[in-house]
Design a protein around this ligand. Structure first.
Ligand code: FAD
Length: 452
């Protein structure tokens, strides 16, 4: 360890840990991937000034820094390796302001999404981004990955809920970006550049987030069975094109449904499932119309307006992640296509399954066209054949006008496909932006862009 690092670590006192268990935990996120060796130390700053001090040191010495929230990412973006420092935001978890008048909150990055919403509830307010990991992921991590969730089609992704940010740059300078106003077009929209940047441009140390009034009124939940996943996908596309706005529309493919049933030890219903939820004043009428569409396309749907029963229907969808993990190591993919192309994307997945002789259990946030195909294998390393099948999946999504990642990000796992989607000119331009913000390349190196 360099002598100067020793001095900084001593200076930061109990904000630093080099305990093997913490170093080991920082080698992985929830993608199932792990770095080859442990980082130098985990730093847990409590103030903006602490973060500035760490980054000034890192810049002076050329030491790489990996920003990290709760480590729940699925793209290998917060994984740290030998020679790197981990900058954890978990001790910066305060709510600094809640303004009902301006429908906003000012928060530190390490607060968990679920905890923020718990604090907002008594004020009748709500932070809408709702990744399925909301109980365990940080707001800073949600912003750095532009997280989505189940409610995006109606209530937007994280980007739609961020008004302003304070960020510390690689050299320790503090920037205040964005505004507290609803509108604001002064200069370039640098706030947006940081949303989804996966910790490669700076460390988010404070966020001003947009809130919504809590949704009141009726909630109608529909669970519908279909013979095949293409039928279910067609129904979801028709529901969208009919101008209905379900708050949630989740699709569970046949093999995913079978895996979930096995995990939950419930009878496998066979076929695919579409689960929808409508909220607000139009919930009853809109759910009537959705039921009619489902029946006209060969599905069998049942509706409940009881909130607990509705929650129980979604428990099946929430069991997807653990049920796949119980089958082996999973590579969870995250392609997104225009919603009208969902049936075509499912057909492409079926063709890849046949070609490679594998099953690819898939769920989709059908309201957004965002699919999570799961590749299951044994061992820690993704076999080349699985990468080849995943490669075909990405190509199919791009061909259908889609994107490599709807919500999980590029991280380390999708770096090698980034240029395919961006094209050479945009790829180089984006690398140039990274270079401008972080000339020494010390912020989360090797994430998003190839190290070379
Ligand atoms: C069971 C499960 C369900 C999930 N469901 C969803 C889902 O529905 N939708 C979805 O989008 N994702 C989902 N995820 C993925 C993950 O939870 C999200 O990507 C989440 O936003 C990551 O937050 P985190 O605090 O864990 O960040 P981390 O994993 O710690 O970090 C993620 C990235 O953000 C960067 N980062 C973190 N904090 C900062 C900061 N303050 N400043 C700069 N960069 C920072 C890191 O460097 C890294 O690049 C799920 C994960 C799990 C395990």
């Amino acid at each position: 360890m360099p002598a100067e690092l020793d001095a900084v670590l001593a200076d930061l006192g109990d904000l630093v840990t080099t305990e093997p268990q913490s170093l080991d935990a920082a080698r992985e996120d929830r993608s199932g991937h792990r770095s080859a060796s442990a980082p130098l130390a985990v730093l847990m700053p409590e103030t903006v000034e602490d973060v500035q001090r760490v980054l000034r040191f890192a810049s002076r010495t050329g030491t790489p820094v990996v920003p990290r929230g709760a480590g729940t990412g699925l793209a290998g973006a917060s994984i740290a390796s030998g020679g790197e420092l981990v900058l954890s935001t978990l001790r910066m978890d305060r709510v600094l302001e809640i303004s009902k008048d301006d429908e906003l909150a000012v928060v530190q990055p390490g607060i968990l999404n679920g905890e923020l919403n718990r604090r907002l509830e008594p004020h009748g307010l709500w932070f809408a981004p709702d990744p399925a990991s909301r109980a365990i992921s940080t707001v800073g991590g949600n912003i750095a990955t532009n997280a989505g969730g189940l409610l995006c089609a109606k209530y937007g992704v994280t980007r739609d809920a961020v008004l302003g940010l304070k960020v510390v740059l690689a050299d320790g300078r503090l920037l205040e970006l964005g505004h507290r106003t609803v509108k604001g077009v002064t200069g370039y929209d640098v706030t947006s550049l940081f949303i989804g940047a996966e910790g490669t441009l700076g460390v988010i140390v404070e966020a001003t987030v947009r809130l919504r009034p809590l949704v009141t009124g009726p909630i109608a939940t529909i669970s519908a069975g279909f013979a095949s996943v293409e039928d279910a996908a067609r129904a979801s596309a028709v529901i969208t094109s009919s101008g209905l706005h379900p708050a949630i529309m989740e699709l569970i493919g046949e093999s995913a449904m079978a895996g979930i049933a096995q995990y939950l030890q419930i009878p496998a219903p066979g076929g695919s499932r579409l689960i929808l939820q409508f909220d607000g004043p139009g919930a009853d009428t809109e759910s009537d119309q959705a039921l009619a569409i489902i029946a006209s396309l060969g599905g069998t749907g049942e509706r409940t307006t009881d909130r607990d029963e509705g929650e129980a229907l979604f428990a099946i969808r929430r069991a997807m992640h653990p049920s796949m993990a119980a089958l082996g190591t999973t590579l969870i993919e995250d392609v997104c296509v225009p919603r009208s192309r969902l049936p075509a994307m499912f057909a492409a997945i079926g063709a890849i399954e046949q070609k490679y002789g594998i099953t690819i259990p898939t769920v989709a946030h059908a309201g957004d066209g965002n699919l999570h195909p799961n590749f299951i294998f044994t061992g820690d390393v993704v076999p080349e054949e699985i990468w080849a099948a995943a490669d075909e999946l990405f190509v199919a999504a791009l061909r259908l006008g889609g994107t490599l990642t709807g919500e999980h990000g590029i991280g380390t796992l999708k770096r090698r496909w980034l240029r395919d989607e961006l094209g050479d000119d945009q790829y180089e331009l984006q690398r140039g932006i990274k270079q401008l913000f972080d000339p020494l390349g010390i912020l989360n190196p090797g994430k998003v862009f190839d190290p070379a």
